[in-house]
Design a protein around this ligand. Structure first.
Ligand code: AGP
Length: 586
């Protein structure tokens, strides 16, 4: 949530502007830039995305910028960062949980605030604490902050200097061919060969001229070795598609093809998996749905008990961690605050923790005992698509390996077929375009399925609601008659997922029940006879993918449906309102 950038070097404003645009996936409620030149700040802010921020007349070689996902205070110009007070301009990503107490202190000194944000208090405290040593002031202030922060700070007494601090929100320093950078994430720094220095929790940095100095929590100097930026991975383009989301859906077959199934290559992970007697999966949103899909694989294929939890809930229900638990913390970004906290807690309680991540250089990866990359490649659209398919396949591969190891059955051939089946599904899935008109003004939409299809239904529903803004729910088909059926009326769209031959009759019973009450039913199925059922409003016949690993395939038409409905409703599918790609706050 929120993207921050700092730059030291010639012509700072357009460079910061361009870098901010690459961080908009972290929030786009408002944007702002502050430049420091001749001891004075020039600040520009606007509501909405970065585009249109007036920077043409901004001259200077030192500045900071921010793209915001609002937490405290509405998305207004006043609440946009940078926040300037006295000699300080501050951009912040994170949440200061004790800001009210700190603000009271500032107000008692007679200071006047110009925003409703938690972040502005940092600029006030810096002004109060500064005695001529910038690093000392930053250390003194951050020592009093409770919560999470990545901070980039300008001080009008310190020309050509940006001070940085990090606690639980990502921040990376980059040394390019020209200039010194800092940013919340690598895409903002994606220049071939740029040297990258990620800050750890509790660390500080001071960028001055062309020098970057790093410090630990106690202020002692730190030596950091850089890694080199992989520009090809870190600067994705739309590649001829209108939106990243559509491109990322199209990439699913190649992602599945690329994904190495060799869990043995993950530094001892395979041994930890085989030694486990209990699997925990913790995650949020789409990653949680991938975990639910995998629960069926772990329990059905490998007869391994598997418990799936919402990471944000796990933290607070005093979880029991059975002995020999392997906790799989699943996260595309590896920066989701709740998933990180749940993984930490599981570790404290004795679990072995594996981070199942798309971003291998993430906070979650750094704290885990093992890292299992899902290998989806960088995902830009806020709605997760290819990363879901990659997560499902990665988790299912674990279940399949365990099943094999336990002498139950080999699933290698089935897994190998998935990329081709995904390719075929992409093409038949386009059939959902004909369904779009039925959804445009629906009051609510329902996604149903049983067994593993229920997990896919949940993900289909999440996708639709997040980018089309239509109220939508996912239910086990068996649950409808226990309440939800009351909501079905004439033309209510119901999307049913059916990949399990064994449960076909049961799911079709629910289809008939809602059809009888006037619903328009759309079926996504591998069962030809079901696809040909009279009275359906639409059907997509998937290739035979079995029902074990099917969510990686059956999700494709659901993702396409969400995409086309979003477009038809005039939304931007890549940037749904109120959301951000990485949820780095609790
Ligand atoms: C997916 O479309 C969502 N944008 C969201 O649910 C996401 O999956 C969730 O926030 C978890 O993110 P993570 O995988 O980066 O941890």
């Amino acid at each position: 949530m929120c993207g921050i950038v700092g730059y030291l070097g010639k012509n700072a404003a357009p460079r910061i502007y361009a870098a901010l645009k690459k961080l908009e996936y972290r929030g786009y409620d408002s944007a702002g830039i502050a430049l420091l030149s001749d001891g004075k700040f020039t600040v520009r802010k606007k509501v909405g995305p970065v585009a249109g921020l007036k920077i043409a007349d901004l001259a200077g070689n030192c500045g900071v910028g921010h793209t915001r996902w609002a937490t405290h205070g509405a998305p207004t110009e006043q609440n946009a960062h940078p926040h300037v007070y006295g000699r300080f301009a501050v951009v912040h990503n994170g949440i200061i949980e004790n800001y009210r107490t700190l603000k009271e202190e500032c107000l008692a000194r007679g200071e006047v605030f110009s925003s409703e944000t938690d972040s502005e208090v940092i600029a006030h405290m810096l002004e109060h604490s500064y005695r001529g040593d910038l690093l000392e002031a930053v250390r003194a202030v951050t020592a009093r902050l409770v919560g999470s922060y990545a901070l980039a700070i300008l001080c009008s007494d310190c020309p050509e200097t940006v001070a940085l601090a990090r606690e639980k929100s990502p921040l990376i320093v980059g040394r390019g061919h020209v200039g010194l950078w800092c940013a919340s994430d690598v895409p903002a720094l994606a220049e071939k060969g740029m040297q990258l220095y990620p800050l750890g929790d509790g660390e500080f940095a001071v960028l001055h001229g062309d020098e970057a100095a790093f410090y630990d929590r106690d202020g002692a100097p730190l030596e950091k070795k850089p890694t080199l930026c992989d520009a090809a991975r870190d600067t994705p383009e739309k590649g001829g598609f209108l939106h990243f989301m559509r491109k990322e859906i199209a990439e699913i077959p190649s992602v599945l093809r690329r994904r190495p199934h060799a869990l043995t290559a993950c530094g001892g992970f395979y041994e930890a998996l085989c030694a486990a007697e209990h699997i925990g999966i913790t995650a949020c949103g789409t990653a949680y749905h991938a975990g639910l899909a995998a629960k069926y694989a772990f329990e059905r294929l490998a007869r391994m008990p598997c418990e799936v939890s919402f990471a944000g809930e796990y933290r607070y229900y005093e979880p029991i961690v059975p002995e020999k638990t392997l906790m799989l913390a699943v996260s595309q970004s590896g920066e989701t605050a709740d998933t990180i906290a749940a993984a930490r807690l599981a570790k404290e309680r004795g679990a072995v923790v594996a981070a199942v991540v798309n971003e291998e250089k993430s906070t979650l990866a750094a704290l885990a005992d093992f890292v299992v990359p899902v290998g989806a490649g960088r995902e830009i659209a806020v709605a997760a698509t290819k990363s879901y398919a990659a997560q499902v396949l990665t988790l299912d591969s674990m279940a399949a390996s365990l099943a094999e190891r336990r002498g139950l059955r080999g699933y290698g051939d089935l897994l190998k077929e998935l990329p081709d089946l995904a390719e075929e599904t992409l093409s038949v899935g386009e059939g959902v375009r004909a369904w779009v008109a039925h959804f445009l003004s629906a009051r609510s939409v329902y996604f149903i399925g049983r067994g593993v299809d229920y997990a896919a239904a949940l993900e289909g529903s999440l996708k639709l609601k997040e980018i089309s803004y239509l109220p939508s729910e996912g239910y086990p088909a068996s649950e409808l008659k226990h309440g939800t059926l009351a909501l079905i009326e004439a033309h209510t769209p119901v999307v049913a997922v059916l990949t399990s031959e064994a449960l076909a009759e049961k799911t079709m019973n629910a289809v008939h029940e809602v059809t009888a009450r006037g619903a328009s039913v759309f079926l996504v199925t591998t069962v030809r006879a079901c696809a040909e059922t009279p009275g359906l409003a639409g059907a997509v016949l998937l290739p035979q993918c079995g029902d074990v690993f099917s969510p990686a395939i059956s999700v494709i038409p659901l993702q396409l449906l969400a995409y086309y409905v979003s477009l038809a409703r005039g939304n931007d599918p890549d940037r749904p309102r109120n959301l951000a790609k990485s949820v780095t706050v609790e």
